[in-house]
Design a protein. Structure first.
Length: 658
C-alpha cells in the first residue's frame, strides 16, 4: 500500500532534511543487507486488488471515499481516482493452499465493496482499463481528496511545466492532450508481491524481469481507451505517460521515466536499484523526519526507513523492489505491477500462479539469467507483449523468435508447474490455475482478445459509446459467473439491456467542425461533401462557439436570390451562438424533451465547455426503432413517444458523419 501520510507543499529546509533522512535510510538498508538482518529462508506472497466503481450506466462512479466510510475494513483503501478502490490481501507463506486462500480473500473483499456499492446504485468491475471511461472523467474533480494525491498532482504540474500529450497507435490511433495526473485513474491492476531473501534477491529480480513478457502476453486485459482499440495491454503506455514529470529538455536528454521496465540487469544487490532511483528522480513528496535510521540500528532496533519507502513509492518500476517489516522481521520483496485487474479473480490468481511458479524455477533452469539473456531483448519482449499479447514474437535465449503461445505451452508452463511443486503448492491448485492459463492460450482468448472480438461482433450497431457500454455490460455479467475468460461467449448485437439510456449512448462523435472565421461557402461545401446537416463551430482553443444548420444556410441562399448573397462572410455571422445543448450524462428521455421544447432537430453535447458530440432527430429515430424491434417499448410507449424535428423533415440522408 502506498504511503498516504505526507506533508503538503515543500520548502528548502524541509526538502534538505528529507534528503538527509533518505540517504541515512539507504545506508541503514545497506547495513541490514550486509549483516544478514533481512529475513532469509522464508517465501511469502501477497497481492493488491484494484477495482473500478461503476454506476448504473456502467460509467465511473466517483463514490470511493464515501463507500469506504461505510465499510470500515482496514484491508480496503482509496486509490487516486474517486471511482477506484484498492484491496490489500494478507501476506501468506508460499506453500500449500496459499493461492486458493488468495482467491477466496479477493472474492470476500470485492463482495464487501459490491454490497456497500448497492446503496449508491453502483457496482464493482475488474478491468485493466474501464471501456466506458472518458476524458471528462479524468479531471481533478474526481481526484480522491487526500494529501498524497493533491501533492502528486501539484508536483507533476510544476515539474512538467506543460500538459500531458498522449499518442498510442493500435488498431485505432488515439491522440489527445490532458492536464491532470488523473490519467492514471483509468488503469487498475492486480499487483502481486513475492518476498525475496536478500541472498537470492538479484537472481529472483532478474528472473522477474525475464518472465514479465510471456506472463503479460497471457494476461493482457486492457485493449481499449476512450473508445479506441489500441494495445493488448494499453495500461503499459498509459501509466508511463500519466506520471511522466519530465520537462521537454529532460525528454530531449532521454532521461528515464518514473514508470519504466529498467535499463539494465541488477548485478550485485537491491541497493543498486534504490541508488539509481534516488539519483535519477527528484523528491516529489516528503514526510516528517522521525527516527534516525542509523541510530535505530545502533541500539538494536529495526528501522522503519520511512523516507526511503516514501520516495520508493513515487518511482513505479514495473517490477519494484520494496522494503517491509512483518512480525518484527525486515525483508525485501518484489512488487510485480504489470498485471492488469480482471477479467475474473480466478484469471488474476492464475496469472499470479504462473508468475510465482516461474520465479521458483527459472533460476534452476537457466542459472543467472543475466549471463544468458541480453537485457535489450528482454525489454523488447515486454513491449511486444504489451502491444500484441499472445500475438507477440519473443527473442528467447538467443534463438530465433518464438511465438508467445509456443513458448508458454511448450516450455514455460511445464517450468511453472515444476516451480509450484517445489514450493509444495497443493496439486489441485496447480492443476486449476495453470490449467486456466493453458486453456486461455490454447483457445487464444485473453481478456483483450475477447474484447476485440466482442467489439467486432457488435458491428456498427449504435455509436462507439454504445458498443463500449455493451462491452462493459457483458464483461460485468461474465465476471459475476466467475467463469474464466477463455470460456466467455461473445456478446451479440441487439441483446443489451442497459445500452441506450443517456445522450452519450446515441450521440455522433465523428464530427466535422469549423472555426468562426470559416466562410459560409466552405461550410456549405462540407455539408454537401459529407452529407451532414449540422456543423459545429469551435474556436482556436477547441471551445464550443455555436452551430450552423442546414436551415441557417437556407436563409443565406434566400438572401442570394434577393441579391444580398453573403457566402463569403464568416460563419460566425450566421451561426446559432446559443444552440440547445445537453451533457453526455443527460437521460435520453430528457434529451428528447429538450429537443421538442426548443423546437430543434439537434442537441449539441457539451462537457466542460468542449463539444463531445451531437444528437439529431435521426439519431433518436434510429434508437427508438431498435428499441421497438427488441420489444423494449410497449404499446403505450409506441403511441406516446414523439420524435422532435421529424415532422416536415423526411429526408433520409444522415445528419452527421459516422
Amino acid at each position: 500500500m502506498d504511503q498516504h501520510v505526507i506533508l503538503e507543499g515543500q520548502d528548502e529546509v524541509r526538502s534538505r532534511a528529507f534528503q538527509q533522512a533518505l540517504l541515512k535510510d539507504l545506508a541503514a538498508l545497506e547495513s541490514l543487507c550486509d549483516t544478514g538482518m533481512l529475513e532469509e529462508g522464508v517465501s511469502r506472497v501477497g497481492a493488491e486488488q484494484e477495482m473500478f466503481l461503476v454506476d448504473r450506466s456502467l460509467c465511473p462512479a466517483p463514490i470511493g471515499p464515501e463507500l469506504l466510510a461505510g465499510i470500515k475494513d482496514p484491508r480496503l483503501t482509496t486509490e487516486i481516482g474517486r471511482f477506484n478502490l484498492e484491496a490489500n490481501l494478507s501476506p501468506r507463506l508460499f506453500k500449500g493452499r496459499c493461492l486458493q486462500e488468495m482467491e477466496d480473500e479477493a472474492h470476500e473483499l470485492i463482495g464487501l465493496v459490491r454490497q456497500g456499492a448497492e446503496s449508491f446504485d453502483a457496482d464493482v468491475l475488474l478491468a485493466g482499463i474501464l471501456p466506458t471511461a472518458r476524458q471528462s472523467d479524468l479531471t481533478s474533480n474526481n481526484l480522491t481528496p487526500k494529501a498524497r494525491y493533491y501533492e502528486l498532482e501539484r508536483m507533476m504540474r510544476r515539474m512538467r511545466g506543460d500538459n500531458y500529450h498522449l499518442l498510442i497507435r493500435g488498431l485505432d490511433e488515439l491522440q489527445f492532450t490532458h492536464d491532470s495526473v488523473m490519467l492514471e485513474a483509468c488503469c487498475t491492476s492486480f499487483q502481486v508481491h513475492f518476498q525475496a531473501a536478500a541472498s537470492r534477491f538479484v537472481r529472483l529480480y532478474n528472473a522477474a524481469q525475464l518472465v514479465a513478457a510471456p506472463v503479460l502476453a497471457a494476461a493482457a486485459n486492457s485493449p481499449v481507451l476512450m473508445h479506441h482499440r489500441l494495445w493488448h495491454e494499453t495500461r503499459i503506455a498509459v501509466f508511463q505517460h500519466s506520471v511522466d514529470e519530465r520537462s521537454s529538455s529532460r525528454v530531449a536528454r532521454s532521461h528515464p521515466q518514473r514508470v519504466s521496465f529498467g535499463e539494465r540487469w541488477v548485478e550485485q544487490s537491491a541497493i543498486e536499484i534504490f541508488r539509481e532511483d534516488i539519483a535519477r528522480f527528484r523528491v516529489i513528496m516528503t514526510n516528517e523526519v522521525g527516527e534516525d535510521s542509523l541510530q535505530a540500528l545502533e541500539r538494536g532496533a529495526i528501522p522503519q526507513l520511512a523516507a526511503l519507502r516514501l520516495h520508493n513509492s513515487t518511482v513505479w518500476r514495473w517490477n519494484r523492489v520494496c522494503y517491509g517489516i512483518l512480525d518484527g522481521r525486515p525483508h525485501l520483496r518484489i512488487e510485480i505491477r504489470f498485471l492488469p485487474a480482471g477479467p475474473t479473480v480466478l484469471d488474476e490468481v492464475a496469472n499470479a500462479a504462473f508468475l510465482f511458479g516461474l520465479l521458483a524455477s527459472v533460476d534452476q533452469e537457466y542459472g543467472p539469467v543475466n549471463k544468458k539473456f541480453l537485457f535489450e531483448d528482454v525489454k523488447y519482449n515486454f513491449l511486444a507483449a504489451a502491444r500484441h499479447g499472445l500475438g507477440a514474437q519473443f527473442i528467447w535465449s538467443g534463438e530465433a523468435r518464438l511465438p508467445a503461445g509456443t513458448l508458454i505451452l511448450e516450455h514455460l508452463l511445464p517450468l511453472a508447474r515444476a516451480g509450484l511443486k517445489s514450493a509444495e503448492i497443493a496439486v489441485e491448485d496447480i492443476d486449476r490455475y495453470l490449467g486456466t492459463i493453458e486453456e486461455r492460450v490454447r483457445r487464444d482468448q485473453t481478456g483483450s482478445q475477447w474484447a476485440f472480438r466482442s467489439l467486432a461482433a457488435l458491428g456498427r450497431e449504435g455509436t462507439r459509446d454504445t458498443q463500449h457500454r455493451r462491452l462493459t455490460e457483458a464483461m460485468l455479467a461474465n465476471q459475476k459467473t466467475e467463469q474464466p475468460v477463455h470460456s466467455w461467449e461473445l456478446p451479440q448485437a441487439g441483446t443489451g439491456t442497459k445500452a441506450e439510456q443517456t445522450v452519450q449512448d446515441i450521440m455522433s462523435t465523428d464530427l466535422f467542425t469549423v472555426l468562426p472565421n470559416t466562410t459560409v461557402q466552405m461550410v456549405a461545401s462540407v455539408m454537401d461533401w459529407r452529407y451532414v446537416r449540422h456543423v459545429p463551430v469551435e474556436d482556436e482553443e477547441g471551445r464550443f462557439c455555436g452551430l450552423v444548420s442546414h436551415r441557417d444556410l437556407l436563409h443565406v441562399l434566400a438572401g442570394c436570390r434577393s441579391g444580398q448573397c453573403s457566402m463569403a462572410a464568416p460563419v460566425r455571422e450566421i451561426m446559432n451562438a446559443s444552440p440547445a445543448t445537453a451533457s453526455p450524462d443527460t437521460p435520453l428521455a430528457e434529451a428528447i424533451e429538450r429537443m421538442r421544447d426548443s423546437r430543434s432537430d439537434s442537441l449539441s453535447v457539451v462537457s466542460g465547455g468542449r463539444l463531445v458530440g451531437i444528437v439529431t432527430s435521426q439519431d433518436v429515430l434510429a434508437v427508438l426503432a431498435r428499441m421497438l424491434h427488441r420489444g423494449v417499448l410497449g404499446e403505450q410507449g409506441r403511441s406516446e413517444t414523439k420524435t422532435p424535428g421529424s415532422h416536415g423533415d423526411p429526408t433520409p440522408r444522415p445528419t452527421t458523419a459516422a
